[in-house]
Design a protein around this ligand. Structure first.
Ligand code: ADP
Ligand code: MG
Length: 199
């Protein structure tokens, strides 16, 4: 595999499209255990990214992720904006010297810097019923070149049985059980749209 600046931008365009298509679904997931805005929050951020990328025409992978990070930090109202923003800002820093990502292992290492950004900001660990519960198993699977749609969906679905320890859903205690975490669902879309580019 080789992810160039072009393929990274195609991936992120596919992600933006999936978020737009699934924005009601994501906000519905956020309704029983949050405030019902997750899909709308992210759709607003990704629309801002798409406008900025057209305007700024970045020609490196690092600059592309920086535009995404800035758009999410400045345009997403909810907690997820700064969290995704710090992930993509860390990936911006970690990809400064590279012109392409040439293996799943290398991509896994970049994403690992990303999840460290989320965890540094939000303090969530595995099992806290957040987006981190999708990022961590995805990164592990990339390291052994075994990322599949089934694994991504299983990680997302597994958040259903968890009690939330971070974010608005944590106010609900056991009542959060039975509901998929919306941030885990949006992260699943991020990684499902990546799969075709791993060939
Ligand atoms: P808000 O909760 O401010 O309305 P969103 O609805 O956009 O923000 O995003 C909610 C999602 O953010 C959750 O489903 C969860 O995945 C993620 N999240 C919230 N707090 C944290 C945290 N501390 N660490 C990691 N992810 C978090
Ligand atoms: Mg919300």
């Amino acid at each position: 595999m080789e992810l160039t600046v072009k393929t990274v931008q195609s991936w992120l365009a596919d992600f933006a499209l999936e978020i737009e298509k699934n924005k009601d679904y994501l906000s519905e997931l956020d309704t029983p255990i949050g405030d019902g805005d997750h899909g709308n929050n992210l759709a607003r951020g990704l629309k801002a990214y798409e406008e900025a990328v057209v305007q700024q025409q970045p020609n490196t992978i690092s600059d592309t992720f920086k535009i995404l990070a800035m758009a999410l930090i400045s345009k997403v109202g909810g907690a997820s904006g700064p969290l995704y923003g710090s992930a993509f800002m860390n990936i911006t820093k970690a990809s400064q010297e590279i012109t392409s990502i040439t293996s799943q292992v290398a991509l896994g290492k970049l994403l690992e810097q990303g999840v460290l950004g989320i965890q540094l900001r939000g303090k969530a660990v595995a099992g806290d019923k957040t987006m981190v519960d999708v990022w961590l198993p995805v990164i592990e699977a990339l390291k052994t070149e075994k990322l599949t749609v089934e694994k991504i969906n299983a990680a997302k679905e597994a958040t259903k049985d968890l009690v939330a320890k971070k974010g608005r859903a944590s106010y609900l205690g056991k009542r959060a059980i039975g509901h998929i975490d919306p941030g885990a669902a949006s992260s699943a879309l991020l990684f499902i749209t990546l799969l075709p580019y791993l060939q």
